[in-house]
Design a protein around this ligand. Structure first.
Ligand code: ZN
Length: 321
């Protein structure tokens, strides 16, 4: 049984999850905008999870916005949480709780959660996108996170999709993220005359069948379809998974996503994925992924050797297998 946390720019969430996917209630609190405040929040949240968990915890899994180094369990230079720059959160939590800690990029954790116990349960190959303030990604191969040659894994939200949007947080112009994130969808609604500023104002319009909202969703679906077609020629996956706050909008633009894919791949229909699956519970994707990360790497957790100082690390494991 693991304490699984999701630390984002705005909130810290967490609960206990066991190796079969059972979980407790999610505890959510705003994240203080200071390093000391964040540390205190982490300690008190994990303490509460410890108190509520029906069994003793055997690890702490932290899914978080990055950039981060999952091997050293440390933040790198972040853009939206500068107070956490170079914070060695793994060492901090290991010392505080004497438990092994795993750290993952939140979108990669979400991908793992979706193929384990989400919309793509049972699949071992998939690209999973987390649509929200940004566009995060995780590529699952052989049932686990594919990290490519660099440890961070592919950052599919930064594929160039065409100019005409504001510069991306990564410094480039034209990233898919800027065409498909929350701001992009809001801009499409505003072009249709809806002065919306929050997703919760937009979903009712879509559900009511508002014409402008339907047009905005159609346009969004065409962009998403174009983007997915690029991912399909790259990865050729049978399944694409979607999580994050924006994923609940996908059923309302699914038709234009499929139309776009079919028209682009008219002469290569085998490039069309079998399924595009929206997460049944986007709030849980990354949390479940962290529990799964422990299940997939029990040797690693043991190998951290907390009793003997935790000096052996992943590198040896990686070379072996
Ligand atoms: Zn970018």
């Amino acid at each position: 049984m693991f304490a699984c946390l999701d630390l984002g720019g705005t909130n810290i969430r967490g609960t206990w999850i066991d190796s079969r996917g059972r979980s407790g209630q999610v505890d959510l609190q705003p994240r203080p905008r200071s390093l000391e405040g964040t540390k205190e929040s982490l300690i008190s949240l994990i303490g509460r999870i410890q108190g509520q968990a029906p069994e003793r915890l055997s690890g702490i899994g932290l899914a978080t916005a990055g950039p981060l180094d999952h091997r050293r369990k440390t933040y790198l230079r972040t853009s939206n949480m500068p107070e956490l720059d170079h914070f060695r959160v793994g060492a901090f939590l290991e010392e505080a709780f004497s438990l092994p800690v795993l750290m993952e990029n939140d979108a990669q954790a979400a991908a793992l959660g979706e193929v384990w116990a989400g919309g793509l349960a049972g699949r071992t190959e998939a690209v999973v996108l987390t649509l929200g303030t940004g566009v995060g990604s995780g590529v699952i191969m052989g049932g686990t996170i594919w990290r490519a040659n660099h440890f961070t894994g592919p950052e599919l939200g930064h594929i160039h999709l065409g100019f005409g949007r504001p510069r991306c947080g990564c410094g480039q112009e034209g990233c898919a993220e800027t065409w498909l994130n929350k701001q992009a969808l809001m801009d499409l609604f505003q072009e249709q005359g809806h002065a919306v500023t929050e997703l919760r104002e937009m979903l009712p319009l879509v559900r009511q069948g508002d014409e402008g909202a339907a047009a905005a969703m159609r346009h969004y679906g065409e962009r998403a379809g174009l983007y997915f077609s690029i991912l399909q020629v790259t990865f050729g996956m049978r399944a694409i998974g979607l999580s994050g706050g924006l994923s609940s909008f996908i059923p309302y633009c699914e038709a234009s996503i499929w139309e776009t894919l079919k028209s682009r791949f008219e002469h290569r229909p085998w490039w069309i994925p079998e399924t595009i699956a929206v997460s049944p519970d986007p709030e849980m994707s990354a949390l479940k992924g962290m529990a799964r990360a422990f299940v997939l790497q029990p040797a690693q957790a043991a190998d951290r050797g907390f009793e003997n100082g935790g000096s052996r690390n992943l590198q040896g494991k990686t070379r072996q297998g």
